[in-house]
Design a protein. Structure first.
Length: 197
């Protein structure tokens, strides 16, 4: 098996194991057992479990971005784009709650471990890149412009999505989360673009 294929299979296995049982369940032995590989295969593909976790973060952020932007159209302007993105993300959240719970676990675990703190920073850099791309894509699709710098707006968008995700994971109330995001999007677009939502 080519090394890139082996890496992808191990990341997918790690995500399944830790989505089911949490971060602590993702031991190297559990991951290789899930992937039906040997321990030697793991060490051939990754230098460490931390390296696998970095790859896992990139993969989950990529899935989140794909869910949010799939089929996004210019209908409804910037606000319409963001409402579509919110709906796509909420579908992902309902489908894969374990992925998002794991991402929160990873963040707080990394922040408490000095050796892993760079992982939390990398995770939020990946969020920032994804949020920036989403905002830029919305502007390109609609021909409209954001009134404030995209990196600044990306941070605000991440803050909104973090709050919505955590609240949904607690109460699993999709309708309430969708309503809260609708209000947030209206305020976001009204305050940060040259057009009304």
């Amino acid at each position: 098996m080519p090394v890139q294929q082996r890496r992808a299979a191990l990341v997918d296995a790690a995500l399944r194991v830790m989505a089911r049982g949490g971060l602590a369940a993702g031991t190297t032995r559990a991951i290789v057992a899930e992937a039906r590989m040997s321990l030697a295969s793991f060490h051939y593909a990754f230098d460490s479990r931390d390296e696998l976790l970095r790859e896992l973060v990139r993969g989950v952020v990529g899935r989140e971005f794909s869910a949010a932007t799939a089929g996004m159209t210019a209908d409804g302007g910037l606000a319409g784009c963001l409402r579509h993105a919110a709906a796509g993300y909420l579908q992902h959240l309902e489908r894969e709650p374990g992925h998002e719970l794991l991402m929160l676990e990873l963040t707080f675990h990394a922040l408490r471990n000095p050796a892993l703190q760079p992982l939390a920073r990398e995770q939020y850099r990946a969020y920032t890149v994804a949020a920036s791309r989403l905002l830029e894509q919305a502007a390109e699709l609609t021909g409209e412009q954001w009134a404030r710098p995209v990196p600044e707006l990306a941070r605000l968008l991440i803050t909104l999505v973090d709050g919505a995700t955590t609240t949904w994971l607690v109460d699993r109330d999709t309708a309430a989360t969708r309503a809260a995001l609708d209000v947030a999007i209206e305020a976001f677009v009204t305050g940060n673009s040259s057009v009304s939502p």
